[in-house]
Ligand binder design. Structure first.
Ligand SMILES: [Zn+2]
Length: 122
């Protein structure tokens, strides 16, 4: 009895571990595919004149996006390459879907980004 039980136990343990490693492999493959197809989402502020967006988190944009606490309620100021200026607060900075290249550049032109749908908007 005890012998038969141990044999069955060994078989079932072996089967389970094999199944697990298989499903782990296919899961990893699926994730890689998903990342390759999806574009990164970055928070940016749009120039109202030329509709170029500037990503908030980019070293080059420290020159373009300035914070001035005295000009409340729009303490941020964007100086666009088209020479337009826009005053804004953080609520006006929105998430955009951009390409990897736009992430590197720190900005994206009108045909290079997609607005991320905001379901919370009234
Ligand atoms: Zn502009």
């Amino acid at each position: 009895m005890a012998e038969a039980g141990s044999v069955i136990g060994a078989i079932s343990v072996g089967t389970i571990s094999e199944d697990r490693s298989l499903s782990d492999r296919s899961k990893t493959r699926g994730l890689c595919l998903m990342y390759a197809q999806s574009m990164p989402v970055r928070v940016g502020i749009m120039c109202e004149k030329c509709e170029r967006i500037y990503l908030l988190v980019h070293p080059d944009n420290a020159q373009r996006i300035q914070f001035d606490p005295a000009s409340d309620p729009h303490p941020y100021r964007l100086k666009c390459a088209c020479r337009a200026e826009r005053r804004f607060d953080k609520a006006q900075a929105l998430p955009y879907t951009v390409s990897e290249r736009s992430c590197d550049n720190g900005y994206a032109d009108r045909d290079e980004y997609y607005t991320v749908p905001n379901r919370k908007s009234k």
